[in-house]
Write a protein that binds this ligand. Structure first.
Ligand SMILES: NC(=O)c1ccc[n+]([C@@H]2O[C@H](COP(=O)([O-])OP(=O)(O)OC[C@H]3O[C@@H](n4cnc5c(N)ncnc54)[C@H](O)[C@@H]3O)[C@@H](O)[C@H]2O)c1
Ligand SMILES: O=c1ccn([C@@H]2O[C@H](COP(=O)(O)OP(=O)(O)O[C@H]3O[C@H](CO)[C@@H](O)[C@H](O)[C@H]3O)[C@@H](O)[C@H]2O)c(=O)[nH]1
Length: 450
């Protein structure tokens, strides 16, 4: 089928590439000319494993192209996807200005009947609003129907998720439109659930809010585990054996970040508030997450009292591994607080370093390997569980001024770290203190570390 996708960000680009991979002809239209210039040269503006290869394959097959020109992009298209951002407004609600703009642009530039599919995450009622905007601006002889098709991909595994997702949700007002979008998606071979538009919009927010709730829940359990000498990994594993609970999204750490959970939880609180409903549970989830992002700082203050002049290494800056996305990464608030406290901050990330430089404090020393980050440091904090970081050579710890490693992602197995001269803390697990001083070994294992 002939498809257009508006927006070449994380969702728009991945959607364009994957729809072309299953045989559709896709034109991806992006406002930012510098992104389109890059895409035309075969360079992806984002880091996403497997994306560039699949993109080039489909460009070369003549199924995928990029443009800044709406008229050219919409020409002869049966379906137009909206995949622009819906960032957070100051009050936590979703900013719909990009979506509204695209609705007007579509209405003014389409030359034939089409289905408009909303991939962007939008509050309940927004697809109706998009339909109204389009109806108000399109020529009367053209018929356009809006369908909701929320996206569930995760950054870092977006291509895999597109082909192995758990479900595709299609919210439509007419059976004809739903069937057409179902037909487009059939080759993905993923279960398709057709529902009403408002329910589809709500499924997206409810899913993200529920996953965020699991994370805040296990983080609270982890904080209690530390105080009662239990091990959160063992607790999560034991909980996850119950299929009603499930084993996913029970990794304790420094809280969730990224472009979705932080904004979508707040937006759902707003959506509820708009109909005079106080979503207390979700507000708790958000509050816990904010507190959790501070937990490594609290551990540092407990350890040092004052951070002035301390060299602190940050290992990993992206909000999760396998992405260069820095949006709402815990490294933002943690590094900012460290700088304010007078610490000397060295920061390393295998992929996100260039994006990090643009948003983190300019006094931070950005370095290009783990050695440079931790050499001479008073403490090192693991903020992102990149493979390179969790598999680091622990002998490098010897190059630190003091061998204090605080793992904000529980990504190192306690048994792997125990043989080293180290003081190691993590989240909801016992600490390891194995420091030799004056030739006498002091070994202190706290709790029931396994
Ligand atoms: N990032 C994710 O993992 C993810 C997953 C599922 C859903 N979502 C949702 O998908 C939407 C897009 O998210 P994203 O992360 O891809 O955003 P993004 O910021 O990475 O990309 C949006 C792109 O749209 C472009 N754009 C804006 N206005 C435009 C216009 N008028 N014409 C053409 N292009 C325009 C921007 O320049 C940008 O490149 C959001 O609603 C988000 O909540 C994101
Ligand atoms: O057990 C866990 C799982 C995740 N996280 C954190 O949660 C955040 C989000 O992780 P993840 O969900 O893997 O990444 P996203 O790319 O943000 O994907 C989420 O947000 C997308 C945008 O809406 C949805 O499409 C996806 O389904 C949803 O998983 C990251 O900071 C993770 O470190 C934890 O702390 N513990």
């Amino acid at each position: 089928m002939e498809l257009a996708v508006v927006g070449a960000g994380y969702v728009g680009l991945v959607t364009s590439v994957c729809l072309s991979e299953i045989g559709h002809h896709v034109t991806c239209i992006e406002l930012d000319k510098s992104k389109v210039d890059k895409l035309k040269k075969g360079i992806s503006p984002i880091y996403e494993p497997g994306l560039t290869e699949l993109m080039m394959k489909n460009v070369n097959l003549g199924r995928l192209s990029f443009t800044t020109n709406y008229l050219e992009g919409f020409k002869n298209k049966d379906v137009i996807y909206i995949a622009v951002g819906t960032p957070e407004n100051e009050d936590g609600s979703a900013n719909l200005s990009y979506v509204d703009d695209v609705a007007k642009i579509i209405a003014k530039n389409v030359k034939r009947d089409a289905i408009v599919v909303t991939k962007s995450t939008v509050p309940v009622g927004t697809n109706n609003r998009i339909q109204t905007i389009i109806n108000n601006h399109k020529p009367s002889y053209i018929s356009i129907e809006v369908v909701s098709n929320p996206e569930f991909l995760r950054e870092g595994s977006a291509i895999y998720d597109s082909f192995h997702g758990d479900r595709i949700v299609i919210g439509a007002n007419s059976e004809k439109a739903a069937k057409l979008i179902e037909e487009i998606n059939k080759p993905f071979n993923i279960p398709i659930y057709i529902t009403g538009i408002r329910s589809a919009e709500m499924i997206k927010y409810a899913s993200n809010a529920f996953l965020a709730t699991k994370i805040s829940f296990i983080n609270e359990i982890a904080n209690i585990c530390e105080r009662v000498d239990a091990d959160v990994e063992q607790v999560a594993y034991g909980m996850g054996l119950d299929h009603r609970i499930g084993s996913h999204f029970l990794n304790a750490g420094i809280g969730y970040g990224g472009s979705c959970f932080p904004k979508d939880t707040k937006a759902l609180i707003q959506i509820a508030g708009n109909v005079a409903y106080d979503f207390e549970l979700l507000q708790g989830v958000v509050n816990v997450n904010k507190k959790q992002q501070r937990i490594l700082l609290d551990k540092l203050y407990d350890r040092f009292g004052n951070l002035k002049g301390k060299k602190i290494a940050l290992l990993g800056l992206a909000f999760k591994p396998n992405t260069d996305d820095m949006r709402e990464a815990p490294s933002i608030s943690i590094s900012s607080e460290l700088v304010k406290a007078g610490a000397i901050v060295y920061a390393y990330d295998p992929i996100a370093i260039d994006n990090a430089k643009q948003i983190l404090d300019s006094s931070i020393h950005f370095v290009y390997n783990i050695e440079q980050a931790i050499g001479g440091a008073d403490a090192a904090l693991i903020l992102t569980e990149w493979d390179e970081i969790k598999n680091m050579d622990f002998n490098l710890i010897n190059t630190m001024k003091y061998p204090l490693l605080i793992d904000g992602r529980n990504c190192i197995k306690l048994k792997d770290i125990k043989p080293y001269q180290i003081e190691y803390h993590s989240i909801g697990r016992s600490s390891v203190k194995n420091i030799k001083s004056n030739n006498s070994e002091v070994v202190c294992q706290v709790g029931e570390s396994k």
